[in-house]
Design a protein around this ligand. Sequence first.
Ligand SMILES: NC(=O)c1ccc[n+]([C@@H]2O[C@H](COP(=O)([O-])OP(=O)(O)OC[C@H]3O[C@@H](n4cnc5c(N)ncnc54)[C@H](OP(=O)(O)O)[C@@H]3O)[C@@H](O)[C@H]2O)c1
Length: 256
Amino acid sequence: MHGHYKKFDLTNKVAVITGASEGIGRDIAICLAEAGVDIILCSRREEKLLEVKEKVEKTGRKAEIFALDIQNVSEIEGLKAFLKTKKSKVDILINNAGYAVTKPAWDVSENDWDSMIDTGFKGLFFCCQAVGSIMREQGYGKIINLSSTFSKTIMPGRSVYAGIKAGIDHLTEALALEWAPHGIRVNALAPTAVNTPSREATLQGPILEKVLSRIPLGRLATPEDLLGAVIYLSSEASDFVTGQTLFVDGGWTAGS
Ligand SMILES: NC(=O)c1ccc[n+]([C@@H]2O[C@H](COP(=O)([O-])OP(=O)(O)OC[C@H]3O[C@@H](n4cnc5c(N)ncnc54)[C@H](OP(=O)(O)O)[C@@H]3O)[C@@H](O)[C@H]2O)c1
């Protein structure tokens, strides 16, 4: 039983990360680079991606950026073509890009609906398909889809977002089943509220108190809280795990 921890080793792996310009995706990119992974950073804002690229390169690993709007399937096809041109393998896909509108279901507009679904669900699916097809050729790959505690539990104002995240958990199971014969493992990672720049404005006052009252461990998550799970699900240590949603939520779902 010696040396089994080596299965956590990610040296010389290659990861594609969507939503890598800020928040959770940015921190995952830097963490994986520190673990020895070369990174392809994707999101819409090239200037922000360049900042993250610099941070990744400081770890000694390679970073490339590919600016795209994942609401457009043709741009996702562009990412696939870019990866093919590079002739680079892809070991890991982190499907992290997401967009959330918090408002009562009564007030959700068609535009809110389309933006959330096209980014968080349609975009995620077609990233799985595009990058997954490269993994299929390799016969191996790890896909991690960002879900949320709202896939299983709910708070007012999050109807569409919760529906998307529940869909992601089930889609993860469906893809895990279809793609297991190709060596592709598909799992979801479901955090509770994470204090990222985009959430700072919402996570204040009574909402913050309400959220904290549902987290038995008594605090919000930080992006760092997710990194152990990302390393595990990205590495050979989790090779017999597929179709699962791993909750990193300070006990939120257990207590709900
Ligand atoms: N923060 C939380 O409390 C929390 C809790 C549970 C789950 N999550 C999930 O974790 C993921 C990241 O959350 P976060 O808080 O880090 O988000 P965030 O800070 O708002 O960052 C979202 C990222 O997605 C990218 N993005 C948004 N729309 C895009 C589009 N159309 N095309 C390409 N990229 C796009 C953004 O980059 P550009 O603007 O440069 O495109 C940004 O890098 C999301 O899936 C979210 O649902 C978050």
